[in-house]
Ligand binder design. Structure first.
Ligand code: KDO
Length: 342
């Protein structure tokens, strides 16, 4: 099943669940929503800073939708977690208080434990493989679980970048044991904290918006994020080293509240899906390109950029996950299927 077919199938299910077959039929008159005169408000909330690609892509989403459906939608973009705090978005969407966000694998795993396979270090190999995984049968199966359990529908997969360790002070980091005692800031959920622990550090939970000051004041010793975000959020101003651990090829999923999607006409749904795909393509292309250029930029800014013993990191991190409760709920055979995705 293609992703667009998955979206259409999810919508059909949801409309029935929501409205009952007759009411669902009555909502569309001649292919147009009954309330076509008033614009459909789509509120977006994200912790992203304005200069980051997954913030800028929402303007692409808005512009694409305005072109394909002039005057039909009012897309309201709220950056810097100004509408909902980081991680609170999926609940807000299920309650009808928010229409769109980018949801992380870690936030999904809270409600869909099977998804925690994508929170584990060194599983997904690179951005191209990530797209293949989520745009193929694995994505369809996993997104169905998200749809069924969370009342949100993933529309497109964004490459968020490959996470690297970024330290306040220079340290000789070759193997995970060299991060012992390092207060490494992680987002505040157990899935994230486990990753920090698996890397050998002492994970410290903190919201994204507080990381810059935490690094500046020294309440944390470091943080992990992909290089484009280290630039966009200006963490390089308050840190001295980047250790290229490349521990997580991270993804963010553009998701819409399933009730919102179900209330759209079929044509509108396709336009929203196409706009989400245009936004993620914009993000993915720019992020991959910039990621390749940033080591030189950080060196120019005076940071030390080092490469650790990646085999040692792989082995330690993978062993931590394999021996954890997370791996116990990974669907049978999924890891092999991911590894076989080329
Ligand atoms: C972060 O808090 O480190 C993180 O990178 C986690 C991601 O899942 C995502 O929430 C991201 O922040 C924000 O979008 C800010 O870039």
């Amino acid at each position: 099943m293609k992703h667009s077919e998955f979206v259409s199938a999810s919508i059909r299910l949801n409309r029935r669940k929501l409205l009952g077959a007759t009411a669902a039929a009555a909502l569309t008159v001649g292919g147009l929503p009954a309330l076509a005169q008033s614009k459909i408000v789509l509120r977006v909330s994200t912790p992203a800073v304005p200069d980051d690609w997954h913030a800028r892509m929402w303007t692409v989403f808005k512009d694409t939708l305005e072109k394909s459906a002039p005057g039909e939608f009012d897309v309201q973009i709220n950056l810097n977690a100004s509408l909902f705090k980081q991680g609170a978005e999926p609940t807000a969407m299920a309650r009808g208080n928010l229409e769109l966000t980018t949801v992380s694998a870690q936030d999904i795993a809270k409600q869909v434990p099977e998804f925690s396979i994508f929170t584990a270090g060194y599983i997904v190999r690179d951005p191209a493989q990530q797209q293949k995984i989520f745009n193929g049968p694995i994505g369809t199966e996993m997104f169905k679980l998200v749809h069924d359990k969370m009342d949100i529908t993933p529309l497109a997969t964004c490459y968020y970048g490959t996470r690297q360790v970024n330290l306040r002070d220079v340290r000789n980091v070759k193997v995970p044991a060299d991060l012992k005692g390092v207060k490494l800031r992680m987002p505040g959920s157990k899935e994230w904290l486990f990753l920090g622990e698996a890397l050998g550090a002492t994970p410290t939970p903190l919201a994204f918006g507080e990381v810059y000051l935490g690094l500046k004041s020294g309440t944390i010793d470091g943080q992990d994020n992909p290089l484009p975000t280290v630039r966009a959020a200006k963490f390089y101003e308050v840190t001295k080293q980047i250790v290229l651990t490349s521990h997580l090829v991270d993804g963010l999923f553009i998701a819409i509240a399933s009730k919102t999607l179900a209330a759209l006409s079929p044509a509108q749904r396709q336009k929203v899906l196409a706009a989400a795909q245009a936004a993620s393509s914009y993000n993915n292309e720019n992020r991959v390109k910039e990621e390749a250029e940033l080591v030189a930029f950080f060196k120019k800014e005076g940071l030390q950029v080092s490469t650790p013993d990646l085999d040692a990191f792989h082995k330690t991190v993978q062993a931590a996950y394999q021996n954890s409760d997370y791996a116990k709920v990974w669907p049978k055979g999924l890891l092999d299927r991911i590894n076989a995705t080329k």
